[in-house]
Design a protein around this ligand. Structure first.
Ligand code: FE2
Length: 195
């Protein structure tokens, strides 16, 4: 009988508790002494850490854009939109530390600088002046929709590689991204708002 993870052979099944311990210890010893021990293989580690670090850069980019729009909001809905974006930015920022620490827990380095973020981020920055509140909300609605897609993609990579802990977090963050899309969509449904 073969041990399998999503139908893929990952090695012989340990026959008893003692062998299970030895199997786990050997997996950890395959790593250099400077890396956090983990029973995820080197290939899995590369795939998971690349996906999570890219997602982390995207989270920071989206956080900064949400704060940018929070700070530069103006117009008749100022108070509502200003507070909505502050709340969303707080929730996005809270996710960043968990992503970075997941990368460290599986034994890889994570982001080190703003430069590192800008080299990896997939979202476009928006430095434009004079945007209306509705334009800001519509752009964030689209970005958060894209974020939900990135999260789903990252979830699939983690799940394929057996990183169920990251996959579990990602399921929650998909729901949070969808909630942001919902709020932004409803707040945009006003006469004269861009679709
Ligand atoms: Fe503020």
């Amino acid at each position: 009988m073969k041990n399998s993870r999503n139908g893929k052979r990952v090695g012989p099944v340990p026959e008893n508790k003692a062998q299970l311990k030895i199997h786990g210890a050997h997996a950890a010893l395959r790593r250099p002494a400077t890396e956090t021990p983990s029973d995820l293989g080197a290939e899995a580690l590369r795939g998971i850490s690349t996906a999570l670090n890219t997602l982390l850069a995207d989270m920071f980019a989206l956080y900064m854009k949400t704060k940018n729009f929070h700070w530069h909001m103006s117009g008749p809905h100022f108070r509502d939109f200003h507070l909505l974006l502050d709340d969303q930015a707080d929730r996005i920022l809270a996710v960043t530390d968990v992503i970075a620490e997941r990368v460290r827990k599986v034994g890889a380095p994570t982001l080190r600088s703003i430069g590192d973020i800008s080299r990896r981020q997939r979202f476009q920055d928006n430095d434009a002046e004079g945007l209306t509140g509705f334009q800001m909300l519509a752009e964030l609605r689209e970005d958060n929709l894209q974020m939900a897609a990135y999260l789903r993609e990252t979830h699939d990579i983690c799940e394929e590689q057996g990183d169920v802990a990251s996959a579990s977090f990602l399921e929650t963050w998909i729901d949070e991204a969808e909630q942001r899309v919902w709020y932004l969509f409803e707040a945009c449904r006003q006469v004269g708002a861009p679709s």
